[in-house]
Each structure stands twice: as structure tokens, then as C-alpha cells.
Design a protein. Structure first.
Length: 531
């Protein structure tokens, strides 16, 4: 190495040491994350480019504040995240791994599947520190995606910030919400039917734009559904119309449902995912359940699925309003702050609640047994180790109420004991009050029909892509804008998948409406444009 390069390396090393000078010294079983903003304040938005280094010597190994950055050392874009939680002195952050010029790059942080978008969640009012991690851990065995997470200790501009939870941000990705990517040019046919994530939430943060339900909830208001993926500034008009129409049709079927045994709403949703979503939220008795941080997603040629689950810092009795601290009562029956009408309507369906009862009893045998749940609690506490003491030295909130605490423990052990006692009482109450009778086997085996109708607009030939659990007959009717019947066909359907073509070349140009029925019971409606 020539003298010029040597002195350049020395200068760079000095700058690195100055940027990440570490005044606090300790070792930890948790990974250590150091962020330096170079004198800039982290805003709510947009993200700013800063330096981040991570010390991580592997699972179960000690990590020292004096160690070199051996896992990640580079740039990230970072901003403050959250809504109400932004008022807390301990802030949560969203960040993206980036290269030196600010371009997004994927990285497998702490052994998680490589990606660019991450969350550093700051447990503050949750003095157990584990409510989010606990919920994700209990949800994973159910077979649906839940954010992977890791406890870490964070330094910001050389100042210790305590225990954080590194979490995967909800997004469309093979290793996260595994649905197809919906590109701007996919505006018709089967391609248009999948790649969506929508949510019910506050309009701060991502999302914000969407549409109102056509059907009132118990309080007489109309819930607002937001585009999450594709993002509101990327989703095409045809894609907006498709997902809005799909959920409108589902709501219409559910709202008008009389539950005669051949229920039409099941043609629109994956029942198993909705049952599991309810059970997670009822176990946690989350005060925000069904009305905030509530996500749904739809894959191509698939039904609407509930989830992923998100945000449980106010769950397990950690709120002093709306009876949230009580271990009795169902959140699904609560109309606080305008829950959608869906959930209570599901519980009017004996088929739904009977399957739900079976699922609950099955989970209680193993994944959600008392022993298993308390093992998860204890293991999460053990993972944090002596970092717990450092966290509460930095944020001395033990023994003090922090909104919206109901219980205030004098130490972390009391917070954990109260949480475990709450869980024991909650589980007992749910065992004795879960509605339904277990007369089915899990998962739900409901004979129904999935039909995709395309292309739309149609020129000369209309195609029906049909998947049926058994042989049956469906009735196809086509109406013009005046309501006159212009086409009617009875179609014999075999078990399995098949493609049916209907000639439409003789139809005049215009707007039409189709209705699909089985046994004279409509199960799907839609609008077509004839070119």
C-alpha cells in the first residue's frame, strides 16, 4: 500500500471511531445496533440517510459495545413511525437498508430473510416489553405469515436507548405476504385479481387513500378501507376498482346473508384465515382489534384473507378503557370506535362459529396450551436477560403509570407475573365461553365455487375460469344497464378446474352486469364492459 492510501485509511478509521464513539460499556446476549444521524434530527417523514452499525456474534453469543461492527456497517434511510406512540420519549423507527448513494439494498439483518424495509419498535407503555413478540410467536404455528422479530439494544448518536424489537415491515414479498406483485400494466383478466393488501387503520403513516364501505356498522358510520399494496400513489384505476368491487360484493353478500346453510359470503373469503385472525385477537383481547392495524390481502385468483396481524402493545389488559383490562368479554362483539359489521355477522353463522370452536379446541391441545403459552412468555423474558435492567435505567417508568396502563407494577417481574395471571384467567374464560359446537374437522371443508370472469372489457369471447369442490350446475345471467336480461345459460360444472367460453360478439357495445347462481342462490355478481 502506498503512503497516500495508507493515510487515507487512517483518516477513514479515525472518522468511523469519532462517528460511533461508545461511552457506555457492557456485554449483552442481544445484538447491538448503533445509529448515527451526523447531527440531523430524525423526522416523522421523509426518511433521512444516516449511518448504522450492528454488533452480532451469532445466536447465544455475547456482544460487546467494544466489538467491531461485524454484521452490518453502512447506510440506512430512517424516519420516526407510529401515531399516538410518537408522543412517547422512546421513539419507534422505520428504516431501509441503503447503499452509499442512498439506493435501497436487501440485507438479511440478524439472520432474517433479506429485505430492505424494517421496523425498530420501541416498547414503552408495554412494560413487559414482550406483547408484540409474544403475539407473533403464538400466531406463527397457525400457518399464516406473522412478522419475524428480534430483541436488540439500540444506541442513537452514542446515547443508549434501551430494548427495541426489530420487526419485518408488512409488505408484499415471497418471504412476507406471499402474493403476486401487481404491476401497473396488469389491469385486466386473471392478473387483475391478485396482489392486494388493504387495511383499516388511522390515515397517518402509509396508506391514507381508499374508499368507504357502502354498509353501516353498529354505530351508523361507514368504515374506510385504505390501499396499502399497491401503494396509493402507484395503484392503477382499474386495480382500485377491482379490489373495491370485490370487497363491496363480499360485504353485500354478508350484509344480506340469512345463513340458510348455503352461505354466499364464503365465496369471497378464506374462512380459516378469518377464524384464526379472530382467535388471535380474542386471546390477546386487543383494545384496537378489528378497527385499527387491521390488514387483509388477496392473491391472484384467490379469496380475501385476513391478516397479517399487527400491533399488540395495548393487548393482554394493557389499557384502562373500554373494559380492556377485564379477562372476560369478546372484542368481536364490541362496537367501540366503529368496528366493521363483518365480525358480529360472522358470529351469527352457526357454520362459522362451529368451525371456530373446533379450531379453538385444537389449538388449546398443543400450540396454545397453558404450558406452551407460559413457556413462550418465559423464553422471551430469558432472551432479554440483563438488558431489561439497562432498559429501565434508561426509561425509569416502572412503578409509574404511562398511558394507557391499567396495571402498574413496581418492577419488571411484577409486570410479567400480572401478564401471566391475566392470560391464565383469559384462557379459562375463553374455554368456557367460546361459542359454537365442534361438529366439524379442521380445516373448513366447505363445498363452494370460485369463478374468475375475464377479459373485462370483453370484445368477442367471455371466459369463466371455474374451480369447484364437486360436480354441480351454475346459472349465468347477463343484464344490460336498463336491467333487461340479454343472455342466460345453464352450465354443467365438473369437480376440479375448467375453462368455459361464452360467445359475446353479437352483444352491442356498452355496460353489462352478470349474476352467477347455484341452486338459484346468487353467489357472484360483477360488471362487464363490452367493446
Amino acid at each position: 500500500m502506498d503512503q497516500k492510501k495508507f493515510f487515507s485509511c487512517i483518516v477513514l478509521l479515525i472518522l468511523v471511531v469519532q462517528v460511533f464513539a461508545r461511552e457506555t460499556s457492557f456485554t449483552s446476549k442481544l445484538p447491538l445496533i448503533f445509529i448515527n444521524t451526523n447531527g440531523r434530527e430524525i423526522p416523522d417523514e421523509p426518511k433521512i440517510l444516516v449511518d448504522m452499525g450492528i454488533v452480532w456474534n451469532g445466536e447465544g453469543e455475547e456482544n460487546s459495545t467494544s466489538d467491531d461492527f461485524n454484521h452490518y456497517f453502512g447506510k440506512v434511510g430512517i424516519e420516526i413511525r407510529g401515531s399516538t406512540s410518537q408522543s412517547f420519549p422512546k421513539k419507534s423507527y422505520s428504516f431501509e437498508t441503503r447503499n452509499q448513494v442512498g439506493e435501497d439494498i436487501d440485507f438479511p439483518i440478524l439472520g432474517l430473510p433479506e429485505e430492505e424495509d424494517w421496523i425498530l419498535y420501541a416498547p414503552y407503555s408495554d412494560k413487559s416489553l414482550i406483547r408484540n413478540a409474544l403475539t407473533f410467536s403464538l400466531a406463527k404455528p397457525l400457518g399464516h405469515y406473522a412478522s419475524r422479530c428480534r430483541f436488540v439494544e439500540l444506541f442513537l448518536n452514542n446515547e443508549y436507548q434501551g430494548i427495541y424489537v426489530l420487526m419485518e415491515k408488512i409488505k408484499r414479498e415471497d418471504t412476507r405476504v406471499d402474493i403476486e406483485k401487481l404491476t401497473p400494466d396488469e389491469t385486466r383478466g386473471v392478473d387483475l385479481t391478485g396482489g392486494y393488501i388493504v387495511k383499516i387503520d388511522k390515515t397517518t403513516g402509509s396508506g391514507g387513500k381508499g374508499w368507504h364501505s357502502k354498509y353501516p356498522n353498529l354505530n351508523g358510520s361507514y368504515n374506510y378501507y385504505q390501499y396499502e399494496v399497491p401503494a396509493a400513489d402507484e395503484i392503477m384505476p382499474e386495480q382500485k376498482q377491482y379490489i373495491q368491487n370485490y370487497i363491496d360484493e363480499f360485504e353485500e353478500a354478508l350484509f344480506e346473508e340469512n345463513f340458510t346453510g348455503r352461505n354466499s359470503y364464503i365465496h369471497y373469503i378464506n374462512m380459516a384465515s378469518f377464524i384464526d385472525y379472530i382467535l388471535v385477537n380474542e386471546l390477546a383481547k386487543d383494545v384496537d382489534a378489528y378497527r385499527l392495524s387491521t390488514f387483509f390481502h388477496k392473491g391472484r385468483n384467490e379469496k380475501l384473507r385476513a391478516g397479517p396481524i399487527w400491533d399488540y402493545n395495548l393487548a393482554y389488559g394493557n389499557a384502562n378503557y373500554d373494559d380492556a383490562w377485564l379477562t372476560e368479554g369478546f372484542r368481536v362483539e364490541n362496537d367501540f370506535d366503529y368496528n366493521p359489521f363483518w365480525w358480529e355477522k360472522f358470529w351469527a353463522d352457526t357454520v362459522f362459529v362451529n368451525y371456530q370452536k373446533c379450531r379453538w379446541e385444537m389449538l388449546r391441545e398443543e400450540q396454545w396450551s397453558d404450558i406452551r403459552i407460559f413457556e413462550v412468555v418465559d423464553s422471551l423474558v430469558a432472551v432479554m436477560g440483563d438488558a431489561i435492567d439497562r432498559n429501565f435505567e434508561r426509561w425509569p417508568v416502572l412503578g409509574k403509570p404511562v398511558w394507557p396502563n391499567y396495571f402498574v407494577g413496581e418492577n419488571h417481574g411484577e409486570e410479567i407475573d400480572w401478564l401471566k395471571n391475566w392470560l391464565a384467567d383469559r384462557l379459562w374464560w375463553l374455554d368456557n365461553n367460546m361459542p359454537g359446537n365442534c361438529i366439524y374437522e379442521w380445516p373448513p371443508h366447505i363445498e363452494d365455487i370460485d369463478v374468475s370472469v375475464y377479459p373485462n372489457p370483453v370484445i368477442s369471447e367471455l371466459k369463466l375460469d371455474v374451480a369447484s369442490g364437486s360436480g354441480t350446475e351454475i346459472h349465468f345471467r347477463l343484464f344490460n344497464v336498463n336491467g333487461s336480461l340479454v343472455m342466460e345459460k345453464n352450465l354443467s360444472i365438473a369437480e376440479g378446474n375448467q375453462l368455459i367460453s361464452i360467445q359475446a360478439g353479437d352483444l352491442p357495445k356498452g355496460i353489462y352486469f352478470y349474476v352467477l347462481s347455484e341452486n338459484y342462490s346468487p353467489f357472484q355478481k360483477g360488471k362487464l364492459v363490452k367493446y
